[in-house]
Write a protein that binds this ligand. Sequence first.
Ligand SMILES: O=C(O)c1ccccc1N[C@@H]1O[C@H](COP(=O)(O)O)[C@@H](O)[C@H]1O
Length: 226
Amino acid sequence: MESLNVFKTKVKFCGNKSLEDYEASVKTDADYLGFVFARSKRQVTPDQVAQWVALVHPRNKRLVGIFVNQSKEFILHAIRTVPLDVVQCHGDEDLTFIKDLKAESDVDIWKVIHHEDESTVDKLKPFLGTIDGFVVDKKVGNQYGGTGTSFNWGHIPLYDKVSCENDIPYLIAGGINVETLQELLPFSPQGIDLSSGIEENFAKSEEKMNLIERMVREHDKRTNTR
Ligand SMILES: O=C(O)c1ccccc1N[C@@H]1O[C@H](COP(=O)(O)O)[C@@H](O)[C@H]1O
């Protein structure tokens, strides 16, 4: 009989910026596919993503739109154009902004927290009870994400505790790739979010995505049979 408490690390493949990237990501077993609608070398438009999704069904994956300090009107336009399941607020969006957005949409809202030190976890507090999930990433200069840079993963238990106490999911982001994942998995994060680490020549690499998934599956098998 299957155990009732089987733990599956959630996987998000982010920064799909072409039909080819999207097709490669759809073939994987990822739980979430992300599209960056903010200024970035991976920026895409809602119209582009709508076309790809009309051509290739996302199967059982949830679609996530990434926004950085963009207007509520633009985010609502993206939600109307693309069948997004989640809006990931990756900038300095405050509680009022997120409450307004929630009032006018029916998608999940995730807030990104940029880890600096052990006190960063407190920045989540005002959002608890409003957001549907959070992502912990690392800011580099004025770059809010997609930098390939990790934070000190020794602090993951702080975020895990907030997640468990408030029954709210989270993903760890920033600098995850086939090499660094070995160091991250012992912390058993609830989910992982990758953008630059699954690219080869600036396109999504099926080989890297498959390897990441294999590593995660093996980790899950080991921890579930402990
Ligand atoms: O991927 C981007 O280009 C990006 C740009 C601006 C904001 C967020 C972005 N992506 C998010 O960044 C992290 C992971 O980045 P990486 O793996 O270190 O490259 C993740 O949350 C993406 O959703």
